[in-house]
Write a protein that binds this ligand. Structure first.
Ligand SMILES: *Cc1c(COP(=O)(O)O)cnc(C)c1O
Ligand code: SF4
Length: 386
């Protein structure tokens, strides 16, 4: 069953609704739906945030003491999803500073994935044989409290220059083994359509490039960014993959639904990369609901990341066992399509390493004893090899 109204859609038992807008209730529709307006009205200060929600003592302290370390920025749209009183609101935890950010541990690292070590030129990380990360901006509409690149995002001194972009194009051109470009940042959708069009046109002109992926959280934090003009522009550059970053079912609103629909209708294949966050989504039920909602939005769950060892995010880290446990609760219990791969992005630049529950009970000669999702054991006998 599918039911649509002016500001909601229901797919089966899943509902995607437009939420009330808190202090922006009187904002004219055309402003609210304009991404430039959303960008310009971002909540950045303690004073502005106090008008939207009732801040806890901890949040006030974290706001004051983390100000010089990590930027704050929350679009009115994303801020309107926050619970006014509940500090544990998943939207709030991801966007309002928390006291946990003030702690540092010996295992914390400034660049845990050694992205800078694998940088042949300032905007490129080349770690895997056939694909690269390409950083095109350091800005994002919302600065996520759990960001791996916390140190870098919004730092004006690290803005991507035209010269650096050009060096990146030259690097990609000179390396015919590169066939896949992950366009990242910051959030590439912070750039204008014109600039993105220029970048994609240039990349498409390189003979060995097959696909690009846009790594963007705008579908979650600023869905208004996905305009008809933007989608028309992308159509020229297909195949284009979009990798987004939903972490909680509460983020799957009607606005997000429409943004995903537009991109999917424009021919983009959308994947989701969730970060496993303590108190936000470290619960198999929440992950299952999130993944069901994503599939109804035509977004395929791709990865669940174990939280990195970046500074100031220790309060979000779960055990690795928690991640494996989530996979245990998904595999077999729900559509294979709702099963992302759980990965640890290895500290020091080892890349993504997948982890699974153990399904091999024992191996005796040609006999494999396997267990299924219900913990029932089955024996598979391999053919005799000649
Ligand atoms: C994640 C990542 C990629 C893309 O990896 P896939 O497994 O292909 O999605 C490429 N380069 C770097 C440096 C990465 O961290
Ligand atoms: S959108 Fe991505 S890059 Fe930007 S702050 Fe959030 S996690 Fe970091």
């Amino acid at each position: 069953m599918k039911k649509e109204t002016e500001n909601s859609v229901q797919v089966g038992r899943l509902k995607f609704i437009s939420h009330s807008r808190n202090i922006w209730e009187e904002t004219p529709e055309e402003d609210w739906n304009n991404w430039m307006w959303q960008q310009s009205k971002r909540v950045k200060t303690l004073q502005a945030c106090e008008k939207v929600i009732n801040l806890s003592e901890g949040e006030v302290k974290a706001f004051k003491e983390s100000a010089d370390k990590f930027n704050v920025g929350i679009t009115p749209y994303y801020a309107s999803l926050m619970d006014k009183d509940d500090v544990n609101c998943p939207i709030r935890q991801q966007s309002v500073p928390q006291v946990g950010e003030l702690l540092t541990f010996p295992e914390d690292m400034a660049d845990p994935l050694n992205e800078e070590g694998d940088m042949p030129t300032p905007c490129i990380t080349h770690r895997y044989p056939d694909r690269v990360l390409f950083y095109v901006t350091h800005n994002c509409p919302v600065y996520c409290r759990h960001c791996t690149r916390k140190r870098k995002v919004a730092d004006p001194s690290s803005a991507t220059m035209t010269k650096q972009l050009e060096d990146a194009f030259l690097y990609i051109e000179a390396h015919p083994e590169i066939r896949d470009i992950v366009i990242s940042g910051g959030d590439p959708l912070s750039l204008s359509d014109k600039k993105l069009d220029m970048i994609l046109t240039r990349l498409r002109s390189i003979p060995h490039i097959e696909i690009f992926r846009l790594g963007t959280r705008n579908l979650v934090t600023l869905p208004q960014r996905v305009t008809d003009e933007f989608c028309e522009m992308l159509k020229k550059h297909q195949p284009v993959y979009v990798n987004t970053h939903f972490n909680h079912p509460k983020e799957c609103t009607y606005e997000a639904y429409i943004a995903c629909k537009k991109l999917a209708d424009a021919g983009c294949v959308i994947g989701n990369q969730t970060v496993l966050l303590k108190g936000v989504n470290d619960d198999p039920k929440i992950m299952m609901e999130l993944n069901h909602k994503l599939l109804a939005m035509r977004v395929r769950p791709y990865y669940i990341y174990q939280c990195d060892l970046s500074e100031g995010i220790s309060h979000f880290r779960t055990s690795i066992e928690d991640g494996i446990n989530i996979i245990e609760h998904l595999r077999g219990h729900t559509s294979g399509l709702a099963n992302p791969t759980f990965v640890v992005d290895a500290p020091g630049g080892g890349g993504k390493i997948p982890l699974l529950p153990e399904y091999l009970v024992k191996k005796e000669g040609r006999k494999y004893t396997l267990r299924n999702y219900e913990n029932k054991e089955f024996v598979y006998t391999e053919p005799e090899l000649k």
